[in-house]
Design a protein around this ligand. Structure first.
Ligand SMILES: NC(=O)c1ccc[n+]([C@@H]2O[C@H](COP(=O)([O-])OP(=O)(O)OC[C@H]3O[C@@H](n4cnc5c(N)ncnc54)[C@H](OP(=O)(O)O)[C@@H]3O)[C@@H](O)[C@H]2O)c1
Length: 358
């Protein structure tokens, strides 16, 4: 596989690379890449044939969008690139923008129509373009009715300011409800889901993956290397690499658990068998999972990115996939047991029935 093994993103005509370039590291910030390093990363991704670039209004307080827009203009690549950005986090007051929470404008965040229009206009200005190809709801706000979100984003598709929209970080039922409303009303619906997914974070397989399959949404994993943990650069005895996990983790959780070290042990074994880096084996695993359309790679340096892109040419054997699947399996939740082979045999007179799409 290579980055030019394009595939449709969800039930849509938008064709994307199997690895998408995440640009959360672009711009000023503690564990980020400066402009020169960001340009090198962007160029290396393009040179490898990649066409899918993902940013957000919140990354580096808008600087990531500005850099991505500049690189696209410099390379004259707007028509080639599938450009995605996101709205949702508050632009006036949020710990993520470095501005303390409190006293901010409530209409500068969330998924209400008023904020979506404001956020998109600001993103288009920073990106220097008149449309984005995918507009992501970055995070569910728990407040705005799904009907309002579908109406607003569908109207923006019709207005030509966005080509498609998609959801990130939401309960599966929210994406499914949006998809159902859209198909019943014959209006544009979400085409993809962006969720945390890696060997150490597989909870979304229970509800999100089946919803994505049923709703025609491609799954796009973020943090497929668990923020650097699955590169193998940290170990049990020494977690003090200079990478982002050694400082305060902005995502709030620690990757350094006994379960995760055990997963890393198996990953290291598999990587050694393939004569590749653990990061490449971890990405190859994510890319090979059913339902995954395009996997987001993040990098702070161009060398990291080049190593990660090489994962596209690695394919794991069935035995290697199943060892990784077994060591990283999540505790089954209530709904997982409902579709188990045993229950299906009980329902279908002892026969093994394969459902459509399995
Ligand atoms: N929708 C969302 O809520 C959401 C959330 C998070 C991310 N994202 C998107 O997903 C993209 C990827 O997320 P992520 O950055 O968390 O992904 P990740 O692949 O799990 O982690 C990337 C980080 O790991 C380290 N790294 C990467 N490759 C390496 C290598 N070959 N060797 C050693 N270290 C390496 C680098 O950090 P250090 O060098 O500092 O260790 C790099 O910044 C982001 O850019 C963003 O577009 C979306």
């Amino acid at each position: 596989m290579s980055l030019t093994n394009f595939r449709a993103l969800g039930r849509s005509g938008l064709v994307v690379s199997p690895l998408a370039l995440g640009t959360m590291t672009f711009g000023p910030g503690g564990w980020n890449a400066d402009e020169a390093a960001s340009r090198e990363i962007f160029d290396a991704y393009r040179d490898a044939g990649g066409n899918f670039v993902d940013t957000a209004d919140i990354y580096s307080g808008g600087a990531s969008e500005e850099l991505v827009g500049r690189f696209i203009r410099e390379t004259g690549s707007r028509d080639d690139i599938v450009l995605a950005t996101k709205f949702g986090f508050n632009a006036s007051s949020s710990p993520l923008t470095g501005v303390a929470c409190g006293g901010g404008n409530p209409h500068a965040g969330g998924a209400g129509s008023k904020n979506i229009h404001r956020a998109l206009d600001a993103s288009l200005t920073r990106l220097g373009t008149d449309h984005v190809d995918i507009y992501w709801m970055h995070i569910w706000d728990g407040v705005t009715p799904v009907e309002e979100i579908v109406q607003t984003l569908g109207d923006l598709v019709r207005a030509g300011k966005i080509r498609h929209y998609a959801f990130s970080d939401m309960p599966a039922w929210v994406a499914m409800k949006a998809s159902t409303i859209a198909s019943e009303r014959r209006v544009p619906g979400p085409i993809a889901m962006q969720v945390e997914y890696s060997l150490v974070a597989r909870e979304v397989e229970a509800e999100h993956f089946p919803a994505a399959r049923d709703g025609g949404m491609g799954v796009m994993p973020w943090s497929p290397l668990a923020g650097g943990f699955l590169t193998g650069k940290y170990d049990r005895e020494n977690t003090a690499d200079t990478g982002r996990l050694s400082g305060a983790n902005p995502f709030g959780d620690s990757k350094f658990t006994d379960r995760n070290w055990a997963i890393l042990d198996t990953l290291r074994e598999v990587a050694a068998e393939c004569d590749c880096e653990p990061a490449q084996a971890a990405l190859a695993w994510a890319m090979a999972r059913p339902g995954v359309a395009s996997t987001l790679v993040g990098a702070r340096t161009v060398d990291q990115l080049k190593g990660n892109i090489a994962a596209a040419s690695i394919s794991l054997s069935d035995d290697q996939m199943s060892r990784l699947n077994n060591v990283s399996a999540s505790t089954p939740g209530f709904t997982s047991s409902l579709a188990s082979p045993m229950i299906r045999r009980m329902l279908y007179g002892g026969h093994e029935i394969t459902a459509w799409g399995e």
